[in-house]
Design a protein around this ligand. Structure first.
Ligand SMILES: [Zn+2]
Length: 104
């Protein structure tokens, strides 16, 4: 288990090193919107240990250009190229944000 945990809006997520730098679309969503992966939600158990919530089945993602967290199945993520989506609203195919997204 990776030790890296990130905080986002006062929730903790275990960082998934293999997914952390990528951008993805969610296969089951009807709209093509790029998301980045926060990681697996973790909660503190009665011993103060960080354990996976939902048995690690779900991965928390955030839409590019938004900050709402969505839980999706890891198998539902499809990797996309950086630049294949709008850096402003995150939509694949939107012509507005053709420039490269800046890393925060
Ligand atoms: Zn756009």
């Amino acid at each position: 288990m990776s030790a890296a945990v990130r905080m986002w809006k006062r929730r903790a997520y275990r960082v998934l090193d293999d997914l952390d730098d990528g951008r993805f679309v969610v296969g089951s969503w009807r709209i093509g919107v790029a998301v980045s992966v926060l990681g697996v939600p973790v909660v503190e158990d009665e011993f103060g240990m960080m354990v996976d919530e939902h048995d690690g089945e779900f991965v928390a993602v955030v839409m590019v250009g938004d900050d709402a967290v969505h839980l999706v199945e890891r198998d539902d993520l499809r990797a996309i190229e950086r630049g294949a989506y709008c850096s402003c609203c995150g939509q694949v195919g939107c012509a507005w944000g053709s420039e490269q997204e800046e890393d925060a």
